[in-house]
Ligand binder design. Structure first.
Ligand code: ARG
Length: 486
């Protein structure tokens, strides 16, 4: 079938499509992922055509039965996609016509592939968002459980990757819960703009048939219908927004990955990962590598690339539909699949991670990490903060000269430097027990018990708040009707 019918558009063309164009023009390799959404959209469209008297009830029934059979085949993975039929829409329509005859040819009344593909992509993106939101919940659950387990595990908190102030590991993990919470709400927010029905816009100008778009929107569960046919077939904003939400979530996963790699490095050895999440080396028998975290860090680059690709794809397109838009699909699908597969792995990986509590706490005080605590203490004794800063700098300098940590200076040594820089009055107000507590790592974290602080009790409060939110989401999900497909 070299000069086959599928490549004859109409009598308008004197010759079939060139062989070289066939593969270049086809999108079936990608858009077969839209198949179930395409069937769903077609069912809603044909039911509306019947209700509006545009299609006979008999034809409607034939189409209905034909599409249901095609859907079953797609679900079983048995549908034979052909590049001869260009894209998912033509593949399904031709097959329907083959199966049910003339009625199949009537399905495309009052519709164009332009509003059809826009509808399919929105249905796909909406489902993708719902799935990702659930996956983010799962990852947050793992993180929250680890955070509760490690609410009092101290570790170095860094700025510039240098020891800054001690923090709790639980607090550090909860920072990611916050990032993923924003990713989650960003997706939910994007969903509002995805949830608009373009069908009815036809090629670009609308249709001459008495369609009822509200019926179709209701059947497909769309919250709104598009208000401008030219915009509806041209617009891929929703895909760009979705790609941005995916790439930002991937950036957060990439930052977490980078930390996992660092924490697992021999210099740190703060964590260990279960063997089932690591890989070995083909030459070095001792190796245990955090490949999965590296891979996620690498995959985030692809997600970013897809977003850039989509922005570039849209920037030069005049209204209305242009075939450029077909290229948006692989970026959309891959952004979704990259984030989805990474979230799935990380939910389990984060649950399986073990903290080397002793290693972390040994490192927590290093680098004079409680210097700010001493400065704050002097402020409470009456020293202005700048003076306190200067006094503690001098104490750190003494400690560095003696080759010890600030916390290892004796009470006499600290009092001497305070007397020298801040004055004898302040030095007299120092007492040894408070000084020890102030300079200790546990004292340092415990003192930061305000909302948003690193203290174990503050972490526990945030964990409890998040656990309650996650439990509520789970119960809401249980109340929701199962599956969105009719
Ligand atoms: N496969 C096409 C796409 O994804 C369907 C729309 C084709 N429309 C057209 N006017 N050629 O964009």
């Amino acid at each position: 079938m070299t000069q086959n019918d599928a490549r004859h558009w109409s009598g308008r063309f004197a010759e079939p499509m060139a062989d070289r164009l066939r593969d270049y023009n086809a999108s079936i390799g990608n858009d077969h992922r839209l198949a179930l959404h395409d069937v769903r959209g077609s069912l809603a469209h044909s039911r509306m055509l019947v209700r509006q008297g545009i299609l006979s009830a008999e034809d409607g029934q034939r189409i209905e039965r034909g599409l249901q059979a095609i859907r079953a085949e797609i679900e079983q993975g048995a549908f034979a996609w052909s590049v001869e039929h260009e894209d998912v829409h033509f593949n399904i329509e031709r097959r329907l016509t083959q199966d049910i005859g003339e009625a199949g040819k009537r399905l495309h009344t009052a519709r164009s592939r332009n509003d059809q593909v826009a509808t399919d992509l929105r249905l796909y993106t909406r489902d993708a968002i719902d799935g990702l939101v659930g996956q983010i919940d799962e990852l947050q659950q793992s993180l929250v459980e680890q955070a509760q387990r490690h609410r009092a595990t101290v570790m170095p908190g860094c700025t510039h990757l240098q020891p800054a102030q001690p923090v709790t590991f639980g607090h550090h993990l909860m920072a990611y819960v916050e990032m993923f919470e924003r990713d989650r709400t960003r997706l939910i927010d994007c969903r509002v703009r995805v949830d608009v029905l373009p069908l009815g816009s036809a090629a670009l100008a609308g249709t001459t048939f008495p369609i009822d778009r509200a019926q179709v929107a209701q059947e497909l569960g769309f919250a709104a219908i598009s208000r401008n046919s030219i915009d509806a077939v041209s617009d891929r904003d929703f895909a760009l927004e979705f790609a941005f939400a995916c790439s930002l979530a991937m950036v957060h996963l990439s930052r977490l990955s980078e930390e996992i790699v660092l924490w697992m490095s021999q210099g740190m050895r703060f964590i260990d990962l279960p063997d089932r999440f690591c890989t070995g080396s083909s030459i070095m028998p001792q190796k245990k590598n955090p490949d999965i975290a590296e891979l996620a860090r690498g995959k985030s680059a692809r997600a970013i690339g897809h977003l850039m690709g989509l922005l570039a794809l849209m920037k030069g397109q005049p209204l209305a539909y242009n075939k450029d838009n077909q290229e948006c699909q692989s970026a959309l699908f891959e952004s979704h699949e990259t984030l989805s597969s990474t979230l799935a792995v990380f939910a389990e990986l984060m649950a399986g991670l073990t903290a080397q509590v002793q290693r972390m706490s040994d490192a927590a005080g290093a680098g004079h990490a409680t210097a700010t605590d001493l400065a704050d203490h002097l402020v409470r004794l009456g020293v202005p903060f700048r003076g306190a800063h200067e006094t503690v700098s001098a104490a750190v300098s003494d400690a560095v000269a003696a080759g010890v940590e600030l916390g290892a200076l004796s009470f006499i040594q600290v009092r001497a430097v305070v007397a020298r820089v801040a004055g004898a009055d302040i030095a007299r107000r120092l007492d040894e027990a408070s000084l020890r507590d102030v300079l200790s790592v546990q004292g340092s974290v415990a003192a930061r018990h305000h909302t948003g602080g690193t203290a174990p009790e503050a972490v526990s409060r945030e964990v409890a708040r998040m656990q309650a939110a996650l439990a509520q989401r789970r119960s809401q999900k249980l109340c929701m009707p199962t599956g969105s497909t009719p």
